[in-house]
Ligand binder design. Sequence first.
Ligand code: FAD
Length: 385
Amino acid sequence: MKVIIIGSGIGGLAAGLALKRHGHEPVIYERVTEIRPVGAALSVWSNGIKCLNYLGLGAQVKALGGQMDAMSYREGASGEIMTAFSLLPLMERVGQRPYPVARAELQEMLSDEFGRDDIHLGKELTQVSETEGGVRAVFSDGSSAEGDFLIGADGARSTVRDYVRATPTERSYSGYVNWNGLVSADESIAPLDAWTTYVAQGKRASVMPVGGGRFYFFFDVPIKAGLPNDRAAYKRDLRAHFEGWAAPVQTLIDAIDAEKTNRVEIHDVDPFDEWSRGRVVILGDAAHNTSPDLGQGACMAMEDAVVLAQCFAAHDGPPDMIGKRFAQLRAPRCADLVLKARARGAVTHGADPAVTDAWYAELRTETGETIINGIASNIEGGPFA
Ligand code: FAD
């Protein structure tokens, strides 16, 4: 089938790759003229890596990924270790190592593998319609494309979603702002092979290793949405938010390059299951916009890609059954993860300070088992559980 994909993020690229592998002809149309990923890096958990393995990219993602063997939480001001444990039991249980990766490198890998000739940049979708026996996409430059099927992988503010859903989609603020970027890995900040998170007052300062001797860092601070986003003030603001925190957190703030740091007000969307209309379907953030509190948004988008391609392969009836079947298979799992991430985020970010303090107390008795069980349960619901 000739498949129009809107959006060349991780969801659109993975869907394109999966469909090519099943013998279809996908073409991607992307709004921007130059791909500049939002967010510096991603933790691709084992379920996401299993999807990349399925797409034949296991060795390539391993080469990009950081070696994340352990995990620890430290108290923000003192730097004292609250809990520290190996992640190897998680890997044994789910049968796959996770890899934190630089987002731009993952997207480049996927774009190269998909084939850049089949990605049309500078094509902003403005309108979708169904024709007799097909679909039509109209772009803001007046051009259009026709195909047998259309996939909206156009992210959290999806235009395709507006065509698919009868009701408008509201995004809700998750209550915190996230700054993220890449720095050189430095043992005076944290061990080089661990995901290390400093916590206090509903805030987090965190690093995890990505390939190339770098740390992916992020800071979360529960503050109002809509405050000025002034890049020149990023370091000053972080110093103020993390004043009095342990020396490694100060070293991290000193090390970051504000010009290459992202500041994101975190949002999510209440789960819904209208993911398809006729020959049009949505996936990734367009279908299930989650807060990053489980690190599962892109992993879910890759799972969607694999399952959608399998729905294409299994289909022998009218094409609108592909989208319906896909939504039936995917919406319940994704709803579960969106709501779990929302609940996790509330605890982490001090929605109720007493609950957050109780969590900090639990961390001091954590052996790793509860956290590993939680991460494994996110991974195990995927298509390669
Ligand atoms: P996007 O990446 O948003 O791609 C959508 C694409 O569609 C864009 O390129 C956009 O330009 C294009 N587009 C939009 N509208 C149009 C249009 N009208 N016409 C044409 N093109 C259009 N996930 C994880 O798995 N692990 C993590 O550790 C993780 N960390 C995160 C940290 C932060 C701070 C945030 C904000 C998110 C994080 N996520 C993580 C989630 C992850 O980033 C997303 O779930 C994932 O990028 C979604 O991919 P997507 O392809 O669906 O959407």
